[in-house]
Write a protein that binds this ligand. Structure first.
Ligand SMILES: Nc1nc2c(ncn2[C@@H]2O[C@H](COP(=O)(O)OP(=O)(O)OP(=O)(O)O)[C@@H](O)[C@H]2O)c(=O)[nH]1
Ligand SMILES: [Mg+2]
Length: 364
């Protein structure tokens, strides 16, 4: 267990530092307002002293073994353990009570940000309050809520050895654009050999759209109309590091069309299958989409059009619905710039509605 005391000007600043240095599993043990020293201190704003702890179990076991018995460090550690036990006991006594004004505030805040009500209740019911006395400060509750959201949002980057990377999802969510962004990033930033195969010969103009990108970038493009051609194209591109496969967007309500798309994906050997979903998707539609596309055996998520919405509950909803990681988010139409690897703590901030600042910062 690691315990550290922070002296900061505000709880917000302290929480940011704690999260940065100790990670999202850290808990607040104590927070006090302190007057600054000397006579001048009476006229200056109070500072905050926050004590935070994090369980570092494995790492410290080895250190314990190396220490001579009875050394001061071991005693210190034991005292820390004792105080931690007290916190755990007090946590069990202090759940955020349903119906309390804090509970109602958080339920409203989460649902106002379009987090599904059931998931919001789940998040709040899991919150154990750690407080001075019995009253939780708003900042500490916020950190605990953020922590819970953070744990629900899974993220994962593409494995460097993943060869086949396919994109499935409803119409117009940004599959082709996202594929083009990733292809350009892999080819020009990471120096990988990239090829593109498109099985989207359904929509007039779909092939032309990709041809435009590939002509500019010089990335090879194969167009396939049948499963046989798909096999041939994959074989032809086998020396490439990444083969990105585009599919036709299909309505989640048309199971026949979705089954057709799935055939193209399922004939590939292992790889990443991205379900691409817009951040503007309503919860009910999300249910339908995540269910319908199971036929394509998607195993990772991309969330698009974060620039087109004011609320980001979809981030949490889609993770909770699928229990799959988000690999990338996209934030605009620009190829190849408007894409970035998903970062759980940033996404958690967005779910709580502290997003617009972040997006604006990223853009400037
Ligand atoms: N604002 C915004 N627009 C995006 C984003 N990603 C894609 N788009 C736009 O969304 C529109 C549809 O993008 P496509 O890439 O063609 O979508 P798709 O999923 O391939 O569409 P289909 O192949 O018809 O199913 C285009 O105008 C894109 O420029 C994004 O992150 N933000
Ligand atoms: Mg497309």
């Amino acid at each position: 267990m690691k315990i550290k005391r922070y002296r900061v000007s505000s709880m917000r600043e302290g929480l940011a530092q704690i999260r940065k240095e100790m990670g999202s599993n850290a808990v607040i043990i104590e927070s006090k307002k302190r007057r600054q020293k000397g006579l001048k201190g009476f006229f200056l704003p109070k500072t905050m002293e926050i004590t935070a702890a994090v369980d570092t179990n494995g790492e410290r076991q080895e250190e314990y073994k190396k220490m001579p018995s009875g050394s001061k460090n071991v005693d210190d550690e034991l005292n820390e353990l004792k105080s931690m036990m007290q916190i755990i006991i007090s946590q069990q006594e202090n759940n955020l009570p349903q119906g309390s004004s804090a509970f109602n505030y958080w339920l409203k805040r989460l649902t106002d940000n379009d987090v599904d009500r059931d998931y919001a209740l789940e998040i709040l019911s899991g919150i154990q309050t750690v407080s001075e006395g019995k009253n939780l400060t708003a900042e500490i509750t916020e950190m605990l809520v953020l922590n819970r959201i953070n744990k629900t949002i899974l993220t994962k980057e593409i494995h460097p050895k993943a060869k086949h990377i396919s994109f499935v999802g409803p119409t117009g969510v940004g599959k082709t654009t996202t594929l083009a962004k990733l292809a350009a990033n892999f080819a020009f930033k990471q120096g990988k050999k990239v090829a593109i195969i498109t099985a989207d010969t359904y929509r007039i103009g779909a092939v032309e759209q990709l041809k435009t990108y590939t002509e500019i970038t010089g990335i090879p493009l194969e167009v396939v109309y049948t499963l046989k051609e798909m096999h041939r194209a994959v074989e032809k591109c086998k020396e490439f590091d990444f083969i990105l496969i585009d599919t036709a967007g299909r309505s989640a309500k048309n199971s026949l069309h979705i089954a057709e798309t799935a055939q193209y994906i399922n004939c590939l050997s292992e790889g990443i299958v991205f379900l691409v979903v817009s951040a503007t998707t309503k919860m009910r539609d999300l249910h339908k989409i995540t269910q319908a596309y199971k036929r394509s055996n998607y195993n990772s998520l991309i969330l698009t059009k974060l620039d087109e919405t004011e609320t980001f509950g979809t981030i949490l909803n889609v993770c909770r619905l699928t229990a799959l990681p988000i690999a990338y988010i996209t934030t605009g139409q620009n190829v190849p710039d408007d894409i970035e690897p998903a970062n759980a703590s940033r996404l958690a901030d967005m779910v709580l509605g502290e997003d617009q600042v972040w997006l604006t910062k990223q853009k400037s």
